[in-house]
Design a protein around this ligand. Structure first.
Ligand code: NAP
Length: 456
């Protein structure tokens, strides 16, 4: 692929592009170039005041330096999306004018071609939160990126940190990674409104040709789930469990009711395990029928659970679940439910990953009321950056950050347990959870980042 030419961006003069070979293996240089979308609201710097993305990048760079002593480093390439892009590329377009633009023009306003070219060429990105575009045509930057680059897996790690106020008493046993299919299911947008011409024609066809008795006034939605889409997601989840030496992959589905979509997802998932990972995996049934209830050393157990029971399971027996692979809608619900178990929206990291590109991003929004205040929690962007490090295979640096974040939360927890008035080292959102401490006891985003660096 030839290097793109940009309208407004100046590509880095240092660093090397990551590439993906014919077998789909990522080739990672010692100095990979990664696109950085700082984001809007709390994501962006305001004058000298750092946003959460700048704070997170500082910790990531420090951890890489500490782990590899200058042998490795990330070269960040600042690119733009959201309000930041609009201000840089088209500052004169007013909100009133937006609805008169066509969908492509609206997209270019919030997601310029420069940014798409950069991501296409460099394949990796770290993204802060972005304002949802206004206007009726182009709706979502995230959805556009997902489709354009076929980022088919939405990956969300969920774990507990000591000191974070979690609503569930089993929260300390939560440590899971959810792989949500990102491209299929009812999210394809194939929907027809009640009493619309298309809904009526479709209902008429189904009733006439297949003998159903759907009420003619119904709205209709279609749920496509394919073997290709299911298998590539489950393949990624199993490979992740193998690479990280995790005990199990659970296929979460509602196949007892939706047999040929969710049920098929489960069957295709087992098929991938059987056909492509026969040495590394064992099914839960085999664990009991062949191995007396104890999985052979080093094998990943493949099991499945019905979606509704899974919502009980993650609350009652969270430590039995490590990697969860699931279709799109289930994944949407379970990701948020699992994150809620452990508390702290500022901690929810995520990534959208495909075979030729990956975007790592905080799952929270721009929290506009905290813009330019240097007080929001940078952990979600930072932990998304940790996922980026893991994707690069830089596990030592990733581990350093995880331990330092744990230590930073734990020390404030211990200080707070001694009673009010202690000096905490966490941001306002965590500080206010401690009895006798309020938001004002929190430190700034950058002080919190510096404390994590201190613990590296
Ligand atoms: P939000 O930005 O996530 O903020 C809601 C509340 O969550 C905040 O007021 C704050 O609670 C807490 N919060 C979020 N991030 C935090 C952090 N890093 N540190 C501490 N607290 C944090 O949700 P919203 O207000 O509904 O959405 C605002 C904008 O973000 C909208 O334009 C929305 O479309 C967009 N959005 C973008 C993304 C994305 O880019 N991925 C995702 C969701 C929403 P307290 O006020 O209680 O402290």
């Amino acid at each position: 692929m030839t290097a793109p030419t940009f309208d407004r961006l100046i590509p880095p003069t240092e660093g090397t592009r990551v590439t993906i070979d014919g077998q789909g293996r990522w080739r990672i240089p010692e100095d990979p170039i990664v696109c950085l979308l700082r984001g809007d609201g709390i994501g962006m710097d305001v004058g000298e005041v750092p946003g959460i993305t700048t704070c997170a990048v500082k910790v990531l760079d420090a951890a890489v330096k500490k782990a590899y002593g200058g042998k490795r480093r990330i070269v960040w390439f600042d690119v733009h999306a959201g309000d930041a892009a609009r201000q840089k590329y088209n500052p004169s377009v007013t909100d009133e004018q937006i609805n008169s633009l066509d969908e492509t023009q609206q997209r270019q306003l919030y997601l310029p071609d420069d940014t798409l070219k950069a991501f296409e060429y460099y394949s990796l990105g770290l993204k802060g939160p972005l304002t949802t575009p206004i206007g009726k045509g182009f709706r979502s930057i995230n959805v556009f990126l997902r489709i354009r680059f076929d980022l088919y897996a939405c990956v969300r790690p969920v774990r507990y940190y000591q000191g974070v106020d979690a609503p569930n008493k089993n929260a300390h046993r939560v440590n899971m990674v959810i792989f949500r299919e990102n491209t299929e299911d009812v999210y394809c947008g194939i929907e027809f409104a009640s009493n619309s011409e298309k809904a009526r024609r479709l209902i008429d066809f189904l009733n006439r040709e297949f003998g159903y008795s759907i009420l003619p006034s119904s709205g209709i939605g279609i749920k496509p789930i394919s073997p290709e889409g299911s298998k590539r997601l489950v393949r990624m989840a199993i490979q992740y469990a193998i690479d990280k030496k995790l005990p199990s992959v659970t296929l979460m589905h509602k196949g007892n009711i939706m047999k040929f979509t969710e049920g098929a997802f489960k069957e295709w998932g087992y098929e991938v395990a059987r056909q492509e990972f026969p040495q590394q995996t064992v099914t839960e049934d085999e664990v009991y029928s062949k191995y007396g209830g104890k999985a052979p050393e080093g094998k990943v157990i493949i099991k499945d659970r019905i979606a509704d029971s899974m919502f009980q399971q993650i609350q009652l027996r969270p430590d039995e679940y490590s990697v969860i692979a699931t279709p799109n809608l289930n994944g949407d619900y379970i990701s948020d439910a699992a994150a809620a178990l452990t508390g702290g929206i500022g901690l929810a990291a995520g990534a959208n990953i495909g075979d030729r590109a990956a975007m790592f991003e905080a799952t929270h929004g721009t929290a506009p009321k905290y813009t330019g205040k240097n007080m929001a929690n940078p952990s979600a962007v930072l932990l998304s950056g940790v996922m980026l490090l893991e994707h690069l295979g830089w596990d030592e640096a990733a581990r350093l950050i995880n331990r330092a974040v744990e230590a930073t939360f734990a020390e404030s927890d211990e200080i707070a347990r001694k009673g009010p008035g202690g000096k905490l080292h966490v941001t306002y959102d965590i500080a206010r959870q401690f009895p006798g401490y309020g938001e004002k006891a929190g430190v700034s985003s950058m002080e919190f980042a510096n404390r994590i660096i201190y613990h590296l």
